[in-house]
Design a protein around this ligand. Sequence first.
Ligand SMILES: Nc1ncnc2c1ncn2[C@@H]1O[C@H](COP(=O)(O)OP(=O)(O)OP(=O)(O)O)[C@@H](O)[C@H]1O
Ligand SMILES: [Mg+2]
Length: 141
Amino acid sequence: MNEGLLKRYSFDVAANDFIMGGKGSSTIKNLLKSMGIEANVIRKIAIISYEAEINIVIHSCGGKLHCDLYEDKIVIVSEDTGPGIENVELALTEGYSTAPESVREFGFGAGMGLPNMKRYSDDFEIESDSKGTLIKVTVLL
Ligand SMILES: Nc1ncnc2c1ncn2[C@@H]1O[C@H](COP(=O)(O)OP(=O)(O)OP(=O)(O)O)[C@@H](O)[C@H]1O
Ligand SMILES: [Mg+2]
């Protein structure tokens, strides 16, 4: 597993923490910039990692965001400790959202996070049950 992994950067993501939520993805963006990664790749990774991180903040009990570097790809891994996504296919539909009113007033809840993560990826894997959600999103270099 994880054959060829060169380096993993990991960030804790707390549920309901809108102050720290977004820190992980912005740190990833800056790290990749400092490494001289292509701007187009950084743009995709920034969107994918931000949407994954904010989903952990809004929809989960907390988890972790990882940025895995390989020779030929970057993989963003999001894992949380539940409660999981009841219907993954539905959750991947544009416009579907269970975001509460309290976060909609801050502009979240368009139901575009997962569809955009998939759209900007070269490979998208998602597994979810009541114990948690695991998402792996690959962007080729
Ligand atoms: N980590 C997660 N844990 C549990 N449910 C999730 C998780 N991520 C997404 N979901 C579910 O999938 C739905 C769709 O997610 P998506 O990111 O596309 O939209 P959103 O977060 O509701 O709104 P937006 O991302 O546009 O602000 C969410 O409303 C939620 O029901
Ligand atoms: Mg979202």
